[in-house]
Design a protein around this ligand. Structure first.
Ligand code: PMP
Length: 307
């Protein structure tokens, strides 16, 4: 990864290499912590964070869900992210990924977590296309995972909780080891839930379809893409889909802050549509990039400029 100069830890800017924690940090052992993945893009008015408020709100909501009392307010967290980007003086040639993390620190062991200290850190570094530049254009090969998405009967899909990502990590590992580029997970009932770190959309006969959030994160990119699709006059359905419906759809793509809008060219070796980025996918991908790079005035209110 590309190092930056500083990482923000509980109100202090630490040199990147000095941003360390104690080995008995509670979250390292028992997996209770929450995080965000947010991006800032270079625009003609400088670096701007996309949907800073929404991501920060989701971070605090995630903490509430997993019974962690945050040690920072929404305003402090927003300011910390902005100040971190200013201080790091990024090149402006690449987008920047921002990773806020609220975790349980050092001082208490054992499962009862409420006495453990709460700490917050924010890191940021330059990070290009998560699923590759070629993936954005040509699409990626996806495998339905044998790993079922975390069940809402035992975990919380609406929290971006550290612990949820063991499930994602195992699915991703399985897919990559089998020669695919990303995993798609089904829920307890066999309906499509989400990718290891993305939501999914399909297109059938010009209609845009995406699953509900019963078993997935409330994705900020998914909401953005739905808003843009509405603008373009597309019909949108939010309903359950199955893997065989994806096999026979015309287009499919993943959305996520890291993945942005990445076409899916095949699922389980069934080629989707023409096996490349579909027309509607391309239109929505371009519209998304216009928004995040500050080229669409209508959506300027989703950008927080750092200067
Ligand atoms: N699902 C999961 C499991 C994720 O980790 C992510 C990435 N945060 C998403 C969906 C997409 O969410 P967003 O568009 O808010 O980044």
């Amino acid at each position: 990864m590309d190092k930056a100069k500083y990482i923000w830890m509980d109100g202090e800017f630490k040199n990147w290499d000095d941003a360390n924690v104690h080995i008995l940090t509670h979250t390292l052992h028992y997996g209770n912590g929450v995080f965000e993945g947010t991006r800032a893009y270079p625009t003609k008015k400088g670096l701007a964070i996309f949907k800073l408020k929404e991501h920060t709100k989701r971070l605090l909501n995630s903490a509430k869900i997993v019974a962690i009392k945050p040690n920072c307010t929404q305003e402090q967290l927003e300011e910390a992210q902005l100040e971190l980007l200013r201080k790091n003086e990024f090149s402006g040639n690449s987008s920047v990924y921002i990773r806020p993390l609220i975790y349980l620190g050092y001082g208490v062991m054992g499962l009862h977590h409420t006495q453990a200290p709460v700490n917050t850190a924010v890191a940021a570094w330059e990070w290009g296309a998560y699923l590759g530049d070629e993936g954005l254009e040509k699409g990626i090969k996806v495998k339905t995972s044998s790993i079922v998405r975390n069940s809402v009967k035992s975990t919380f899909g609406k929290a971006k909780a550290v612990a949820n990502y063991l499930n994602s990590q195992m699915a991703k590992f399985e897919a990559l080891e089998a020669g695919y580029e990303e995993a798609l997970m089904v829920d307890d009932s066999g309906f499509i839930a989400e990718g290891s770190g993305e939501c999914i959309f399909i297109v059938r006969d010009g209609v845009l379809i995406t699953p509900p959030h019963d078993n997935s994160l409330e994705s900020i990119t998914q909401a953005t893409v739905m808003e843009l699709a509405k603008d373009k006059g597309l019909t949108i359905e939010q309903r359950n889909i199955t893997r065989d419906e994806i096999y026979i759809c015309d287009e499919a793509f993943f959305t996520g802050t890291a993945a942005e809008v990445t076409p899916i060219n095949s699922l389980d070796s069934r080629v989707i549509g023409n096996g490349s980025r579909g027309e509607i996918t391309k239109m929505l991908q371009e519209a998304y990039f216009d928004v995040v790079y500050g080229r669409d005035e209508k959506y300027d209110h989703y950008l927080t400029y750092i200067n």
